[in-house]
Design a protein. Structure first.
Length: 136
């Protein structure tokens, strides 16, 4: 378990820095050979090699330099969840949740969800407490 704790600390430091290159390097080092990254909202799945190549070319291909703002990481056993926001360069804080699955002390799968902010409907006002929206 100590190795998993050390790995979690490395990832936490990289997420706090917002450095996508460092995150990609850590995934390369700590992912299983059959690692899979899934984005259910767009119906895309990336295998380990493709995930690494996309991370390397993302700024050039997309024309953006995303910045990750880390909120927290929770988990136990072989499951962990990461929360944060991503600013793709336009100041819009896209909410991020990643669900990670470990196998034999390595990351086997990441399922990631991205959501743009939206205005809450007025009809819900009587039911909810207002909180500060996510910021980039």
């Amino acid at each position: 378990m100590a190795d998993i704790s050390a790995m979690a600390q490395q990832f936490e430091r990289a997420m706090e820095s917002g450095d996508f290159t460092q995150l990609g390097n850590l995934i390369q080092q700590n992912a299983t050979d059959d690692f899979v990254e899934e984005w259910p909202q767009s119906g895309e799945r990336l295998r380990k090699a493709a995930s690494m190549k996309m991370a390397e070319s993302y700024p050039e291909m997309s024309g953006t330099q995303p910045k990750f703002s880390y909120r927290r990481m929770l988990g136990s056993g072989d499951i962990f969840v990461v929360e944060g926001t991503i600013d793709y360069g336009d100041g819009t804080p896209v909410s991020y949740v990643g669900i990670g699955e470990l196998r034999d002390g390595k990351i086997a799968k990441m399922t990631e969800y991205f959501a743009n902010p939206f205005e809450a409907p007025a009809w819900r006002a009587d039911y909810v407490e207002r909180m500060e929206p996510a910021t980039a």
